[in-house]
Design a protein around this ligand. Structure first.
Ligand code: NAD
Ligand code: MG
Length: 499
């Protein structure tokens, strides 16, 4: 392990201290725990391609220990099950306060591990995690049943909503801390217990979150973290002691998880990929379009499931919109996570870099390159310049497939009917949007577009209270809001005969 490697000067003392340990272990049953067989893996800083830390690698044996701990913590009569709803909420609030107190440390760890510019980790990731935890402070007390007027004579029927049980939660690397919190907050609010598996590219902030949860007073075994890769995730999905799987990541892995969970009849929530169309009508505010479409695709270097990766602009404004975005792309700063000017950090891994490079090659053959396209500028770090293609071909690979990198494809259209059809002609349905100043057009599109989130004159807005998820191949179920909480609850009907 190379903890001795030189970290950027501005890394906080707390993050340095966290990184100084020889090995980052799982958190199982309230304790830092090495793997049963001692195996480890390295996590990389994608800005420099150097090793950031050595992490315990979870095998099926480690997953089993964590699931057993989560089961014990879930048993009737356990401290967690006996806890008053309001107290459960208060613990989430305490965890939010601790995340806030450790904001700089967590932002530093996130930027080092994932490569995202630190100013965004500070202003978007960490505050997003805090907001989500705080939203759920009040959730436990809102888990209520109802009385049901049933047909039987002298029968009283009421419903309760009970925690679904032990939850296996698997998260990706694009917003590691935020994704972890999106999963654990509603599960814990519901009274479930959790085994969380962070992505192998970015395990650090989830492990730190697990430590902070213990410090907040969440009982041992309630929230376990097992680091590892897809094999670790597979073991979690297949474990008979797990009642529910919640996953965010690729559609391919989502399908595999759904297949396995279907066989075992486990409940699933799946947040998968997207290829989300942003439509520009001729009456739109084009300055706002350029600004928001740019951020919609290039923020987080395009590694956002709801990125506006396909732009459909009316032919009368197409050239102007493309020129505006291309100009911004050419002048935006691509750089390391700790360079204050960076807008686009590196991609998360060598693998993603190679994948995105493949799509850019494919784009060069099927479309016209307007900006970017540079893949290897000869420096360390997995950098890709913001890239913009135009094509009229709806069947081009770069038009149909999720690239998950800073690559936008722009296409012209002629009529509303045509563009609504083309925007919906995708297997995905995570997000879609329209820019127009006309209220009737806005409502028309809002009704026509088949996607879990529709944006009018904006992109990528979200809130812990607003359901988020996808139609079609973008997933099953929703996170956030009442729907997100309900995903961790089982309804129960109780009948009482009183005569
Ligand atoms: P992935 O789906 O393979 O990985 C996501 C998480 O699932 C990781 O924690 C991983 O370890 C785990 N995992 C992998 N295989 C598993 C399995 N068989 N069973 C259980 N868990 C498993 O994603 P990736 O390989 O890191 O990225 C590939 C593509 O996925 C990206 O290019 C992008 O298109 C998409 N992606 C989408 C999101 C999103 O937010 N929707 C996030 C990351 C990646
Ligand atoms: Mg890493």
């Amino acid at each position: 392990m190379t903890a001795s490697r030189t970290l950027p000067e501005s890394v906080s003392p707390q993050a340095r201290e966290f990184l100084a340990v020889a090995q980052h272990d799982h958190i199982i049953d309230g304790r830092s725990t090495a793997s049963v067989d001692g195996s480890t893996f390295d996590t990389i800083d994608p800005s420099t391609e150097t090793v950031l830390g050595t992490v315990a690698y979870g095998t099926a044996a480690d997953v089993d220990l964590a699931v057993q701990a989560a089961r014990r913590a879930f048993e009737a009569g356990s401290p967690w099950r006996r806890m008053a709803a309001a107290d459960r909420g208060a613990l989430l609030g305490r965890l939010a306060d601790l995340v806030e107190a450790h904001a700089d440390e967590l932002a530093d760890l996130e930027s080092l591990d994932n490569g995202k510019p630190r100013r965004f980790a500070r202003t978007i990731d960490v505050p997003g995690a805090i907001a989500n935890l705080r939203y759920h402070i009040g959730s436990p007390a809102r888990i209520q049943g109802r009385t049901v007027p049933v047909r039987g004579k002298d029968v009283f029927c009421y419903t309760t909503r009970e925690p679904i049980g032990v939850c296996g939660q698997i998260v990706p690397w694009n917003f590691p801390l935020v994704m972890a919190v999106w999963k654990i907050a509603p599960a814990l609010a519901a009274g479930c217990t959790v085994v969380l598996k962070p992505a192998e590219q970015t395990p650090l902030t989830a492990l730190r979150l697990g430590q902070l949860a213990l410090e907040a007073g969440i009982p041992p075994g309630v929230f376990n973290v097992v680091a590892g890769d897809g094999e670790t995730g597979k073991a979690l999905v297949a474990h008979p002691g797990v009642d529910k799987i919640s996953f965010t990541g690729s559609t391919a892995v989502g399908r595999a998880i759904a297949e396995r969970a279907g066989r075992d009849l486990k409940s699933v929530t799946l947040e998968l990929g997207g290829k989300s169309p942003l439509i520009v009508m001729p009456d739109a505010d084009l300055d706002a379009v350029v600004k928001r479409a740019f951020a919609g695709i290039y923020f987080n270097s395009g590694q956002v499931c709801s990125a506006s990766s396909r732009l459909l602009a009316h032919e009368s404004v197409f050239e102007q919109v493309v020129a505006g975005i291309a100009e911004k792309a050419r002048t935006s700063v691509v750089g390391g996570a700790f360079d204050d000017d960076s807008y686009l950090g590196p991609l998360v891994s060598h693998e993603q870099h190679t994948r995105v490079a493949g799509y850019i090659e494919s784009g060069r053959k099927s479309a016209d390159l307007v900006a970017g396209g540079t893949i290897d500028a000869g420096r360390a770090g997995y950098f890709v310049d913001p890239t913009l293609f135009t094509t009229a071909d709806d069947n081009a690979e770069i038009v149909r497939e999720e690239i998950f990198g800073p690559v936008l494809v722009a296409q012209p259209f002629e009529s509303i009917e045509e563009v609504a059809y083309r925007a919906n002609d995708t297997e995905y349905g995570l997000a879609a949007g329209v820019f127009t100043r006309d209220l009737a057009t806005a409502h028309k599109f809002a009704a026509l577009l088949r996607a879990g989130s529709v944006y009018v004159n904006c992109w990528g807005l979200g809130d812990p209270a607003a359901p988020f998820g996808g139609f079609g191949a973008s997933g099953i179920g929703r996170e956030h809001g009442e729907e997100g909480l309900a995903a961790y609850l089982e309804p129960k009907s109780t009948f009482i005969q009183f005569s």
